[in-house]
Design a protein around this ligand. Sequence first.
Ligand code: RAT
Ligand code: ZN
Length: 439
Amino acid sequence: MQPKGSSLLNSPGQVPVSGDGDLISPAKIGATVEDVLASTPFVDIHTHLYAPAFGKLSLWGIDELLTYHYLEAEFFRSSDTTPEKYWALSKREKADAIWRALFVENTPISEATRGVIAVLNAFELPTVSPNLAEARSFFEKQDIQAHIENVLRMAGLSVVIMTNDPLDPEEAAIWKKGGAVHPRFRPVLRLDRILCNWPGHWQVLTAQGYGVDESASGKSATEVRRFLMDWHERMRPVYMAVSLPDTFEYPQEGITNRLLTEAVLPACRELNVPLSLMIGVRRQVNPTLRLAGDAAGRADLRALENLCREFPDNRFLVSVLSRENQHELCVYARKFSNLLPFGCWWFLNNPSIVEEITRERLEMLGTSFIPQHSDARVLEQVIYKWKNTRRTLAPILADSYRKLVEDGRRITRTDIQRDVTRLFRANAEAWMELRALSS
Ligand code: RAT
Ligand code: ZN
């Protein structure tokens, strides 16, 4: 049985049929692709951004941009400051130290540092400056609601999907007050604490009245499922999600797989929501770096093959962190239509690697995948991350169309618009309920 809503094809009524009227010559393909990419609002299907109702969980402004963990990792390579000393600084002092080390004493040519430059430039703030005074004063003056609209317009985004953890006490309290609906943000129910660190978190469920135990035995799985149904009711997530280590295996005895198969997958089926699996993270290889201390490892994607085959009525949105796993992911996507590859995640979100992965995906999957998500943690990051995605993707798509013309098929602007819409919106819309809920 085909799971509800799993088809990535537009229904016939929605497919724009290309006519000859907007036929484009090979010489105009590049400019047309750029134009279509620039004018199409995208859906950002995985971020760590929060709607303003989440208070201080919602990060924005220059100090947050500079203390992004991608930059912290780079800072320790270009400064004598030890992690211990760094963590004892205030947010402003940390931002000043990073600005000095990576932007004043060095040229910001890495992807993450160049991103800060692109954001400053987008707001016409100085990109060469001994200090952050002007940038700070600009961000302090912004009204957050208007600023969000402005930033999303600059980034070419219509909807941003959050990452929401019901076991984070700060976040849970906000959800329980019911104040999180926002027209631009959609929730996701994140399951890492439940699936990957049950011994550290089962008591949180007990405290909320769910009858679970330390070894997730007996009726624990049924109770976790009840917990998920209750949180689905409260949050209305567009999907559920977990990030898994490179060592993830399925089938294999253990709490993760028991809760996955007996609680999470049945709940997803019943609620008709996909499960996002982000596979390949090696958490805390250097704990002194805190959030910047995680690494990547190659996973055995046979686990994914087994899940897709054994659970045909579940839909899996999948991103893998290791460059070496990308080709296999495409092969599996060709075998299972309940598998939707998305994004070039974290250490892969660099132009050289995005280019390689995206060419491979287009060649193997056509437009039946979602090329990118931002993973932004700080609001204004979406400006540079989506600018970079459009810049990297434009020549790749143009190249595909040029080859197609060489091989004998004419190409129209309508064709390009349909493809870009499918890649960056329609594939997500076919799998998730992205319409705004009223408050
Ligand atoms: O890219 C990141 O910011 C990572 O720290 C992770 O949050 C990762 O994206 C994840 O969702 O686990
Ligand atoms: Zn993430």
